[in-house]
Design a protein around this ligand. Structure first.
Ligand code: TIU
Length: 228
């Protein structure tokens, strides 16, 4: 199935069979009160607004048979994969590894580290636990995508200018074409989201493409109807 999406700076063209939907860090730590996002001093309520549209895209993508990858920012319980600089940075009320209302902050297996129930991974979908902001750093993501012949990535998730943009930049350097769904990503700072969308598609798409999720939903609905 060929997908041809109106996008900025120009149409994003890909084949369903060689495209993965990458959902960045839609975990309770960033979206619910009491997690890492809030301990950093952020208003986490802004982020939950994108959940329904993310669900729409995930459902449609699954129905079309597309590959799905979920990521979580997660550290080992002994924090051996967490640089001391990451733990000590800033003046967080609770630091990585401390016990918070949703368990140990940003630690794999804790309640706060789970992907929100609305976007819960299904059997067969890839879940990448990543110690960094970029999903390619110190993970098997690139190898897993290469094994499946993936060349194009469609992104959703949080936060736009931190883990989403970092992963898109890493993906660029590894040869992937990337589309960011504008209303399926959010930042604690709305102006940073706006700036990130601009910097992704500026300069002829220096980092990639952006488009509203409806463009993808419409294309998927049309191809479903025509049985392509
Ligand atoms: N703080 C912030 O905006 N983001 C992160 O720490 N991680 C992700 O973006 N996932």
């Amino acid at each position: 199935m060929q997908l041809n999406l109106p996008a900025r700076p120009y149409a994003f063209k890909c084949k369903l069979s060689s495209t993965a939907l990458i959902i960045i860090d839609m975990q309770r730590d960033f979206i619910e009160p009491g997690g890492f996002g809030e301990t950093l001093g952020n208003d986490v309520s802004l982020l939950s607004a994108i959940v329904p549209q993310c669900q729409n895209v995930l459902n449609a993508w699954r129905k079309a048979g597309g590959m799905v990858v979920h990521t979580r920012e997660a550290h080992r319980p002994d924090l051996s994969d967490c640089p001391p600089a990451k733990i000590s940075r800033g003046n967080a009320s609770l630091r990585i590894g401390d016990v918070g209302p949703m368990g140990r902050i940003l630690v794999a297996g804790e309640p706060g580290n789970q992907i929100i129930p609305e976007l819960k991974p299904m059997d067969g979908e890839i879940v990448i636990d990543k110690p960094g902001k970029g999903a390619f750093y110190a993970t098997s993501l690139h190898e897993q995508l290469q094994q499946r012949g993936i060349s194009h990535l469609i992104f959703m998730g949080v936060t736009t200018e931190v883990c989403v943009q970092t992963t898109m930049r890493e993906a660029n350097d590894r040869g992937y074409d990337c589309l960011l769904l504008e209303d399926c990503t959010e930042s604690y700072f709305p102006e940073f989201k706006t700036a990130t969308l601009e910097m992704v598609h500026a300069q002829g798409g220096i980092v990639g493409w952006t488009a509203p999720a409806d463009t993808l939903l419409q294309v998927l609905a049309k191809t479903e109807k025509s049985g392509e």
